[in-house]
Write a protein that binds this ligand. Structure first.
Ligand SMILES: Cc1cc2nc3c(=O)[nH]c(=O)nc-3n(C[C@H](O)[C@H](O)[C@H](O)COP(=O)(O)OP(=O)(O)OC[C@H]3O[C@@H](n4cnc5c(N)ncnc54)[C@H](O)[C@@H]3O)c2cc1C
Length: 298
């Protein structure tokens, strides 16, 4: 859902209509999965420091280099790929974004054996002299980082909601199982040691969910929401992990097996503390935006 929304909105907003429309139809029909290829082996946090090259050659760009940690690497039909079109050291203003069909000659992919989120088949893309028509440029040349990356604000709120849904489900199931199971002659829900963590989780999930919805509302109003989206992205996955961990403990030894869903949920939401930017990077984003709005030096 997040990949489709994120890549789909980037194509719709920044692509040549005649190039992107067939892909968007295929994505919406559920026939094509899009991937986002930004991270490289050299690091993901400092994304503007990327090394994959794209050089103009006639009516094409020729792409060379390696992208890694790409969700759906082996399943996707297309990827949004960021590559350097400016000189080395040109930073965020020398990067362009491309729509790259993944069946083009020169592309190979591999898949990792991940701890969680296995359906997303994270892996690497190797680009070896891949010729992409110039019409597949998204946004303006050398402005792909600044223009196209804005879509990440939206996906950050969605990732928060995605993780909170996992926490919500775990919490609902745990209220029910705690009411059924007895110790010392009473249901577990008779003990505040059990219900207070659940009550705290109810409070935090409610607050974080409202924050995600408020962020999406700001987006709908056309109002700034970069800092708010970063708040959703660092808090949602972390909170979900903590809630699922508590639910696992309240469900006892049986929840520490693959017979129950909690171990898988823990592994799945843990990955989203990293994917789309870590908590440290989200806090940098929040601090920069708040400092700028308040005119405070950093
Ligand atoms: C499940 C999952 C799905 C992913 N899907 C995609 C995808 O589809 N497409 C894609 O392009 N990428 C994807 N990624 C990659 C992800 O975006 C990067 O892993 C992430 O941005 C961090 O980059 P890195 O792993 O290279 O860590 P690094 O950038 O090497 O950072 C390592 C550690 O140092 C910390 N750090 C770095 N700089 C600072 C700083 N200035 N201050 C404080 N701490 C700092 C980081 O927070 C991190 O803890 C995915 C990752 C995961 C786990």
């Amino acid at each position: 859902m997040v990949a489709v929304s994120l890549a789909g909105s980037m194509l719709a907003k920044h692509g040549d209509r005649y190039v992107v429309e067939p892909w968007l139809r295929s994505i919406l029909a559920g026939k094509t999965i899009p991937a986002i290829a930004l991270t490289e082996p050299g690091g993901g946090s400092d994304a503007a420091n990327l090394a994959v090259r794209a050089r103009r050659d006639g009516d094409d760009y020729v792409l060379d280099g390696e992208k890694t940690s790409t969700s759906f690497a082996t399943q996707a039909g297309i990827a949004v790929v960021w590559a350097r079109t400016g000189p080395p050291g040109s930073g965020a203003y020398g990067i362009s974004a491309f729509l790259v069909p993944l069946d083009l000659p020169g592309i190979t992919t591999t898949e990792f054996e991940d701890l969680g989120g296995r359906c997303a088949g994270r892996g690497s893309l190797y680009l070896d002299g891949v010729r992409v028509p110039a019409s597949h440029l998204l946004g303006a040349e050398n402005r792909g980082f600044v223009q196209v990356m804005q879509g990440f604000d939206y996906s950050r709120a969605l990732i928060g909601l995605q993780c909170l849904a996992v926490a919500r489900q775990s919490l609902d199931e745990t209220w029910a199982s705690a009411a059924e199971r007895e110790s010392f002659g009473k249901p577990l829900t008779a003990y505040q040691g059990v219900t207070f963590p659940l009550a705290e989780a109810e409070t935090h999930i409610h607050a974080c969910r409202l924050m995600c919805l408020h962020t999406l509302w700001l987006k709908d109003q056309g109002l700034p929401h970069t800092a708010e989206a970063a708040m959703c992205k660092w808090w949602g996955p972390k909170l979900a992990f903590e809630v699922v961990q508590n639910c696992l403990l309240i469900n006892g030894h049986g929840a520490y097996t693959t017979e129950m869903p909690y171990e898988q949920r823990l592994r799945d939401v843990l990955g989203l503390q990293i994917g789309d930017g870590t908590a440290q990077i989200m806090k940098l984003v929040i601090a920069r935006h708040k400092a700028a709005r308040k005119g405070v030096a950093m």
